[in-house]
Design a protein around this ligand. Structure first.
Ligand code: MG
Length: 266
């Protein structure tokens, strides 16, 4: 099952997304935020609407998290390209929810940075509160679904500051979407790709994670309670590179879709 969040008659709504004759369409309005239901997407109540082609909808980020938790250096070749050793435990950091951006909206390059990079990633959306889960628990039951994320990064400020709040935290630095899907299995291997102006810049597969998603969730939930709707960005494969005004950047995750955002200068 897939859902999106979109503008409809001047209001933000969640909608069920289905393929109709090969075209993704929003076919039903969800009656409550999916992250409020606490588990299985199949339990979501909905009502009919006149279908809207997903690609023509005004999309919003499909999550309203209390926090966005990101994993740095979760692919060996990406750690190497930035000159880092392979981490011994997950390296995590936060992006503020105010950095979220919907599919189709503009990434704004701040004047203060000379180097703004794309980082295409798989995102996982939390279904129910998770705090110090038991060793025997199946952590998949805490995941509502998956989406595409672009962990946009001011690389020069990341190097300059020594910590990452500024580099990762600007408004528009966390595009997410276009949908949340529970139809993929990152443990089985999901391919992801980042393109800039139709040119492939990053290619990876979740089979190449240094830390699996259950290890990541367990690590995070040992120190902070994950809440419904929280977003986890699972790290980026090699090939990160700069964006300039006029670029169109796409993060494509197999089985989810394409997160496309134009880039503008502030
Ligand atoms: Mg990243």
């Amino acid at each position: 099952m897939k859902y999106c969040r979109f503008q409809f008659h001047g209001q933000a709504n969640y909608g069920l997304v289905e393929a109709v004759a090969g075209t993704d369409k929003i076919t039903r309005l969800l009656l409550s935020p999916p992250e409020d239901v606490g588990g299985d997407m199949e339990d979501l109540a909905s009502k009919r609407m006149d279908p809207i082609v997903l690609a023509e909808a005004t999309l919003l980020a499909p999550v309203r998290p209390s926090k966005i938790v990101c994993v740095g250096r979760n692919y060996r070749e990406h750690a190497a390209e930035l000159g880092h050793d392979i981490p011994q435990e997950p390296l995590i950091f936060l992006k503020p929810p105010s950095s979220l951006l919907g599919a189709g909206e503009n990434i704004r390059r701040p004047k203060i940075s000379q180097r703004v990079d794309h980082e295409g990633e798989l995102g996982a959306v939390i279904a129910r509160p998770c705090h110090k889960p038991g060793a025997e628990e199946d952590l998949r039951t805490y995941i509502l679904g998956y989406t595409c994320v672009n962990d946009v990064t001011a690389r020069d400020l990341q190097d300059k500051d020594g910590q990452w709040t500024r580099a990762k935290g600007f408004d528009t630095f966390c595009p997410a979407g276009p949908v949340v899907s529970d139809e993929i299995d990152p443990w089985a291997g999901i391919a992801l790709q980042t393109r800039v102006n139709d040119e492939v810049r990053q290619e990876g597969n979740t089979q190449d994670f240094i830390f699996s998603l259950d290890t990541i969730i367990r690590h995070i939930a040992e120190l902070m309670t994950l809440l419904p709707g929280d977003l986890i960005a699972t790290g980026t494969p090699k090939g990160v590179g700069p964006l300039v005004a006029g670029d169109v950047v796409e993060v494509i995750v197999d089985g989810i879709g394409t997160l496309r955002n134009p880039v503008v200068d502030e």
